[in-house]
Every structure is written in C-alpha cells, then in structure tokens.
Design a protein around this ligand. Structure first.
Ligand code: NI
Length: 182
C-alpha cells in the first residue's frame, strides 16, 4: 500500500500539460498504477489523474462498482486510461456538481458534454474505445482535463455555484452526485 499525497490547487505542476506515456507494461507503470489505486481508495475518490500525485504523465484511473452513499447511482467500470482522446458525440452539454481531490471540501456546478467517445490504452497497451454518457462521460472529461492542466473551477460558468460543501448542503443548490471527488 503506497498512498501518495494528493497535490492541491495552487501547486504549479497541476497547471502543466502532461506528457504522453511511451512504454507500456513496465514495472514503473505498474508501480504508478498501484499507488494511484491505493491513493484513490484512501481518499474515497471516483477518479484520479497521475499529475495529482506529482507524476506528469497522461495516465488516469477511474470507476467504482457500487457507492454505498449512492446505491442507486449507475456504476462506472474500473478503468486505466492512458494517452486518452475525447470526441464529443454531439453539442449537448449538461451541468452537474463536481468535486476534486485537489480542491478538497468544495463543489462547483460544471458544464460537460453529455455524450462522448473516448479512446486510449490500458496498462498493457490494449486499445480502449467506448461511447458513454452522463456521469461516466463527466468523470472522463474531468480526469482528462487534469492532463491538460485544467482544474474544474476553471470550467465553472457561474461562480455563484461554487463553494464549500458544508455551506452548499444548507441551501437548495447542491444536488448530491454519484461518486465522490474526482
Ligand atoms: Ni480532479
């Protein structure tokens, strides 16, 4: 078990574009992915990008089978996604509340494409090619933004809908979302 510290907003390296991974199936990649899964589990995250633990490579993980806090929420398959590409399937967007392990204790209302195709590779270099929608599509867009140095507050269109969880929960703004921080 190697839980690594999660870098917080304000850390400059979170704003950098991460580099393509060039070698698959290596011991270094295995170790990175073990640390990422351990860290995501320890922080109760639903997704994590390598730059969040200080490794500026285009590697993300996400997914969960069931979330006890949101038993009705759809599951997202546990996925390792490397060198990803996202293609929106149409122009439709949807706003929903998001949180991020690098912005702890806060939530914001973020527009994302509702339907996307995403492509990339798993840790062995096998192709992943999926068409998804809803929360699954949101998680992928959030994690892939980390690889381009973008944090979700930069996507918020109305800053009236950004704040601390404990305050938002006291007003009608905050609708609970499946999953936890991303
Ligand atoms: Ni995040």
């Amino acid at each position: 078990m190697a839980v690594r510290p999660v870098l917080k907003m304000g850390e400059r390296s979170l704003l950098e574009r991460s580099l393509e991974l060039e070698q698959f199936g290596t011991e270094e990649l295995d170790q990175l992915l073990r640390d990422m899964w351990d860290t995501m589990a320890a922080e109760n995250g639903a997704g994590l990008a390598a730059p969040q633990i200080g490794v500026n490579l285009r590697v993300v993980i996400f997914g969960y089978q069931t979330n006890p806090r949101y038993p009705e929420a759809p599951t997202v398959p546990e996925t390792v996604l490397i060198n990803p590409q996202i293609t929106p399937l149409d122009d439709q967007t949807e706003e929903a509340w998001e949180g991020c392990l690098s912005v702890p204790g806060m939530r914001g209302l973020v527009p994302r494409y509702l339907r996307i195709r995403y492509q990339g590779f798993n840790q062995l270099g096998d192709l992943i090619d999926r068409e998804v929608d809803g929360f699954h599509a949101r998680v992928v867009q959030h994690e892939c933004d980390h690889l381009d140095g973008v944090l979700y507050p930069q996507r918020i269109t109305n800053m009236a809908y950004f704040g601390f969880c404990e305050e938002l929960e006291n007003n009608e703004y905050l609708q609970p979302q499946p999953g936890d921080d991303l």
